[in-house]
Design a protein around this ligand. Structure first.
Ligand SMILES: Cc1cc2nc3c(=O)[nH]c(=O)nc-3n(C[C@H](O)[C@H](O)[C@H](O)COP(=O)(O)O)c2cc1C
Length: 334
């Protein structure tokens, strides 16, 4: 069975990728993920704020009599104790490269293009096979227009693209007015791959303590529907590779994502719930599904249910939405 695939210019032995999480931040679990079949590993993100804080610290140490330092320090948000400062992160990339026989992709997480893209060069020198860019940005400033937000994404990507020669992927938000058009703009700005989608962590309220809850919920399979829709629409219409991310629990979700055209399928929640060995279960399930239908390569199934291949392309559009609403039957409560 030929499960090979190409992702952001890299040849992978299969389409299963471990997305950024604490599991990819430790050499022991990285190795276990690779042993269980992960074809590429995305390291947890290094945050722009961590890089800026280190740069400010360095500037303070090298500039004598700098009275502005205490003030300067307060400009940085208080960061939780993270596993990886910039130095440790470079070390993680080097050690992951030495330990793993599959591509290792570093991840940068930021909100502007100032002061941190040069750091990307050091990640490349440390041996990263590629970079994944995660722009986690909530436009809470009500004067920001949609165009401003899009421009921010494009500016950051262009700076990063200019800084490195290794492939760059961008983990996309689903909250654009025109997701498809934005995907093409990012591709034209140099993205080698689009990851659909970044999962925004949304707060809830604690009604007893009247506090904002910011706890982290792992994903559920029902969440594949939004990435599934956009992968189906974009498949066959971009030069950039497409990665499916969010909601994979079993091989069923992996197969669905491949059918709509994903080049790779990423997972984190399933691995955090079941351990790194779950990668082997997903891989076995994918092979079993393909075997049972006498497919002998991934290429034979990839994208066969994407919008441009379906006989009824409206299945992914408004006409189907109307049909779904009209077809709804309330549950029998008698
Ligand atoms: C505990 C935890 C840590 C994560 N850390 C990162 C990170 O550092 N960078 C990043 O881009 N995504 C991070 N993610 C998001 C995952 O990479 C992934 O995009 C998200 O969990 C959705 O995929 P899933 O449904 O397979 O879990 C993290 C997710 C979890 C649960």
């Amino acid at each position: 069975m030929d499960l090979t695939t190409r992702y952001m210019g890299l040849q992978l032995k299969n389409p299963l990728v471990a997305s950024a999480s604490p599991l990819t931040g430790e050499l022991d679990s990285l190795k276990r993920l690779e042993d269980a079949g992960a074809a590429a590993l995305i390291l947890p993100s290094l945050f722009q704020e961590e890089i800026e804080a280190e740069t400010a610290r360095y500037e303070h140490l090298t500039s004598a009599h700098d009275d502005s330092w205490p003030e300067g320090l307060s400009n940085f948000p208080k960061l939780p104790e993270t596993q990886h400062g910039p130095h440790q992160y470079l070390e993680l990339v080097r050690r992951a490269r030495q330990a793993a026989g599959v591509p290792v992709i570093a991840s940068l997480n930021g909100v502007s293009n100032e002061g941190w893209t040069t750091y990307a060069r050091q990640l490349q020198q440390a041996g990263a096979h590629g970079l994944e860019l995660n722009i986690y940005f909530i436009p809470a400033d009500l004067t920001s227009t949609g165009r401003d937000v899009e421009q921010r994404y494009l500016d950051i990507l262009r700076s990063l693209r200019a800084a490195v020669s290794i492939p760059v992927a961008i983990k996309l938000s689903p909250y654009f007015s025109s997701v498809g058009n934005m995907a093409l703009a990012l591709q034209d700005a140099g993205a080698d791959a689009l990851v659909l989608f970044n999962r925004f962590y949304q707060p809830d309220l604690d009604l007893t303590r009247l506090q904002v809850l910011t706890d982290l919920k792992l994903s559920e399979p029902s969440e594949i529907r939004l990435p599934l829709l956009w992968l189906a629409v974009l498949s066959g219409r971009t030069r950039a590779s497409l990665a499916a991310s969010t909601g994979v629990a079993s091989a069923d979700e992996v197969v669905k994502y491949l059918l709509v055209g994903a080049d790779v399928v990423m997972t984190t929640s399933s691995l955090l719930r079941r351990g790194p060995g779950h990668m082997a279960t997903l891989l076995a399930g994918l092979q079993e599904w393909l075997d049972a239908r006498e497919f002998n390569s991934l290429e034979q199934v990839r994208g066969i249910m994407s919008q441009c291949k379906l006989r009824d392309p409206q299945a992914f559009e408004r006409a189907n939405y109307i049909k779904i609403l009209h077809g709804y039957r309330a549950p029998d409560r008698s």
